[in-house]
Design a protein around this ligand. Structure first.
Ligand code: NAD
Length: 484
């Protein structure tokens, strides 16, 4: 059986015990994962501190950017192995793992190498009333030893989104991947070694959250900050864990994202975009649409077109080129999603399509599949319209006026993403700007420029990552004031 070990101080290290890494396609155990205890997490943090205080601490930004580009090249060379690791852990389609997950890992390293290499800080020439002058300029320093905690839905993409700016800025990291998806972060350790990253700069510890590697890491007294992507509940626990030592956090949390479809929308473009935004990665992307507000004049057509697109989803093995949708990540997550399927029925939903577990044949029936599902008739205040489900499911709700649509879309405690579908470009801008979210798309979804700010409001997070915005979190600035 394949063994997935921790990576500490440049060495692969056994854990105190192992747990199963399960493939959600058919419930097979694909690897044994070595769980880190508190002592091993401590060793990882110490090794990260030593590396920070050692040669890594005196590297120049251009040297680090060069290293990031070498890492990107090695990721490309081992592209198929990383695709296999992502697919084995998540059951996502090979097509998606290639086009999105691993491709974005390469882009993340290259993009942050470019950003860091060209970043600058403002300086200020101060003219005082008494005739004195002073020059103020800021020097960026690494934040320090950064705890990087990531979820299972886009494991390598989300990890490298943090590693790019963290390493470019001269930090050292201790990574805690999700217990569901330990593979790619561990393979990346080999790549880091091959690319010449010094021991201790990149460490990986495996395990769970509470009373395991996640908690041991966030409560460790010698970390300088936590960058976390995951659920809102876990994020708020991490905030409490670091509160006494006042450590900074960067949080990318959950969403309950809305789409607004106006009568004048380009119907085919909108239906294809909506379908992608609901079913990509089996609805397990923080940016996925779970609420679709449709202007009444086009409502029936949107229902009809979306139902046919949901029914056209092909559930199957990841390497089958016809497969468009994989399973959910785990039995536990499926129980949660099925709980919302029940809650929707109790709240009076009309199940337009789906709503259950598909039958896919002997082998796959041991996996964690659910049907692509659409609901109508749900009240805005019902639980399935208010809580993040994180599955291939959306509620369709009609509206009459633009003001009503804006109010409905913003009626949530989350604030991650929204999409506006209209051919009236002025209205597109107007409505998008009024969305209380970190990113609002017009006539598209999940189109990303890695230099732009990314993050959420409300329960969806704290801070922005992307391009220069990431450098804000991963560095500390010292302002130097020189009287001339
Ligand atoms: P999760 O919060 O359960 O777990 C995320 C990570 O935190 C895992 O590595 C987990 O082991 C760790 N963890 C759990 N408890 C912990 C604790 N007490 N201390 C320290 N670490 C702990 O989230 P998940 O189920 O893996 O991921 C799905 C969630 O992630 C969804 O809510 C989704 O919206 C969110 N997400 C957000 C973004 C974004 O960019 N905003 C992107 C992807 C996913």
């Amino acid at each position: 059986m394949r063994q997935i070990r921790n990576y500490v101080d440049g060495q692969f290290v056994d854990g105190i015990s192992t747990f199963d890494d399960i493939n959600p396609v058919d419930g097979r155990v694909v690897a044994q994962v070595h769980e880190a205890d508190a002592a091993l997490v401590d060793r990882a943090v110490r090794s990260a501190r030593r590396a920070l205080n050692g040669a890594w601490g005196s590297t120049t930004v251009l040297e680090r950017c060069e290293l990031l580009r070498r890492i990107a090249d090695r990721v490309e060379e081992r592209f198929d192995e990383l695709v296999d690791a992502e697919v084995a852990d998540t059951g996502k389609t090979v097509r998606q793992a290639k086009a999105l997950d691993v491709a974005r890992a390469v882009a993340n390293f290259r993009s942050f190498a470019d950003t860091a290499a060209s970043s600058s800080q403002k300086s200020f020439m101060t003219d005082l009333a008494d005739g004195r002058q002073a020059l103020n300029y800021a020097v960026r320093k690494p934040l320090g030893v950064v705890a990087v905690i990531v979820p299972w839905n886009l494991p390598l993409l989300l990890l490298t989104w943090k590693l790019g700016p963290a390493l470019a800025s001269g930090n050292t990291v201790v990574v805690k991947p999700s217990e569901e998806t330990p593979g790619s972060a561990t393979l990346l350790a080999e790549i880091m070694q091959e690319a010449g990253l010094p021991a201790g700069v990149y460490n990986v510890v495996h395990g769970f959250g509470a009373n395991s590697a996640g908690e041991f890491l966030t409560t460790h007294p010698d970390i300088d900050g936590v960058t976390f992507t995951g659920s809102t509940a876990t994020g708020s626990g991490i905030m409490r864990a670091v509160a006494d030592r006042v450590r900074p956090v960067s949080f990318e949390l959950g969403g309950k994202n809305a789409a607004i479809v106006f009568d004048d929308a380009d119907l085919e473009l909108t239906l294809d975009g909506l379908s992608r935004s609901i079913f990509t990665n089996t609805g397990q992307v923080c940016l996925c649409t779970e609420r679709v507000y449709v202007q009444r004049g086009i409502y029936d057509k949107v229902v009809e077109g979306l139902v046919s697109r949901a029914q056209a989803q092909r559930l199957g093995k990841p390497d089958d080129p016809d497969t468009t949708m994989g399973p959910l990540i785990s039995a536990a997550h499926r129980r949660k999603v099925l709980g919302y399927f029940e809650a929707a029925k109790e709240a009076g939903a009309e199940v337009l399509t789906g709503g259950g577990i598909p039958s896919l044949g002997a082998e796959l029936d041991a996996g964690f599949w659910v049907e692509p599902t659409l609901w109508a008739g749900l009240d805005q205040q019902s639980t399935p319209v208010r809580e993040e489900i994180f599955g291939p499911v959306a509620a369709l709700i009609p509206f009459d006026s633009e003001e009503e649509a804006i109010a409905l879309a913003n009626d949530t405690e989350y604030g991650l993403a929204a999409a506006v579908w209209t051919t009236d470009i002025t209205r597109g801008h107007r409505v998008a700007q009024r969305m209380n979210v970190g990113i609002a798309w017009v006539n598209t979804w999940f189109l990303r420029d890695l230099r732009s700010p990314f993050g959420g409001m409300g329960l969806s997070g704290i801070g922005r990552e992307g391009g220069e915005y990431s450098l804000e979190f991963y560095t500390e600035s010292t302002n130097v004031c020189v009287q001339l």
